[in-house]
Design a protein around this ligand. Structure first.
Ligand code: SF4
Length: 328
């Protein structure tokens, strides 16, 4: 079951290398906590040239500082609301304090990932009309706030029963400062999985570099019109494809594509073709479990399950492209 596309992930599991977030904590750099944000980004993007000084600060500390600055003018995703969430101003997603709707050891993810310690954050940057987790994603106040130190302890207590920390929702993106705070209190060698719609800003992608070990992405739409109609999102394809390219250069990836009824030509085929032409060494999961939920009944073309013919067409297309498919 060990895939070449996930070789670093398996090396972490065997103890042959450290998870990225642990390496970021070890990388000593010198920066002034009071410096302008622009200066901090400069250091963040070129950390190697900095000399260490006391007190000890790391690349990880710098990421925390930058994420706190970003929270004051929120631009973790490309909606770029620029609200001050630290002062309780809500942006589009409505997330203020990070709320956890549920956390458990998930046995239903891709075979390489289970058992996966999965944290479901409330709130999302998208409004998908067919969302299967709409009771979490569309209600950012659902769930409870857990002190980062407490969640870190829960992670450490489960270390012998889990293969990874799986950050999902809703959407993990608005919760990036909280997630870094949790990892600040964590020291176990555990791969970090970023399970996301991939609508992050470029700055958020930079903060995730050297933190995430595997991006578990959701690449749904092959064009902006379907994305606007079904998820109320602008400029989808440019942003999500850009972030897939960036992610592919940062670490390992599993890309999920949920096949939607009547969206084979406009979405499934263009997404799979783009992956084959632009990304290297990635796993792809073509998913058939779509069920009309939430507001899907208001959209006749997606108000049914996919047919066997539709799923077979999607898989045959992926196989012709020689994509490395997740075994079901
Ligand atoms: S994370 Fe939320 S508040 Fe921040 S830019 Fe995105 S939608 Fe707006």
């Amino acid at each position: 079951m060990e895939s070449k596309a996930l070789s670093n992930y398996f090396r972490i599991l065997k103890g042959e290398r450290n998870a990225n977030y642990l390496e970021s904590k070890k990388l000593e750099i010198n920066f002034d906590l009071n410096a302008q944000e622009e200066k901090l980004w400069e250091i963040h993007d070129n950390p190697a040239g900095e000399k260490k000084e006391n007190p000890f600060l790391s690349l990880f500390d710098l990421k925390i500082e930058l994420s706190n600055r970003m929270l004051e003018k929120c631009r973790f995703c490309e909606r770029r609301c620029r609200v001050n969430r630290a002062k309780a101003q809500k942006g589009y997603c409505g997330v203020l304090k990070s709320k956890i709707a549920s956390e458990f050891i998930h046995m239903g993810e891709e075979p390489e990932l289970v058992p996966s310690y999965t944290i479901f954050f409330s709130g999302c940057t998208f409004n998908c009309v067919f969302c299967q987790n709409w009771d979490i994603s569309q209600y950012p106040e659902a769930g409870i706030y857990v002190e980062p130190r407490v969640l870190a302890k829960l992670i450490e207590q489960r270390i012998n029963k889990i293969r990874n920390l799986n950050l999902v929702g809703g959407e993990p993106t608005p919760n990036l400062p909280y997630i870094l705070d949790v990892l600040r209190h964590t020291s176990v060698n555990l791969p970090v999985i970023w399970n996301s719609n991939m609508y992050m800003s470029e700055e958020a992608m930079k903060l995730l570099n050297n933190i995430v070990d595997v991006y578990l992405t959701d690449f749904k739409y092959g064009n902006d019109d379907c994305a606007k109609k079904l998820s109320n999102i602008e400029n989808y394809f440019n942003i999500v494809s850009r972030n897939h390219r960036i992610a592919n250069n940062q670490c390992e990836m599993i890309i999920r594509h949920l096949v939607l009824p009547n969206h084979i030509e406009c979405c499934t085929k263009p997404v799979l073709k783009w992956i084959a032409e632009n990304l290297k060494n990635v796993k792809v999961n073509v998913m058939e479990q779509y069920k009309p939920q939430y507001k899907a009944k208001e959209y006749p073309e997606i108000n049914r399950k996919i047919t066997k013919e539709e799923f077979d067409e999607a898989v045959n297309f992926a196989e012709k492209l020689e994509l490395d498919l997740v075994e079901q």
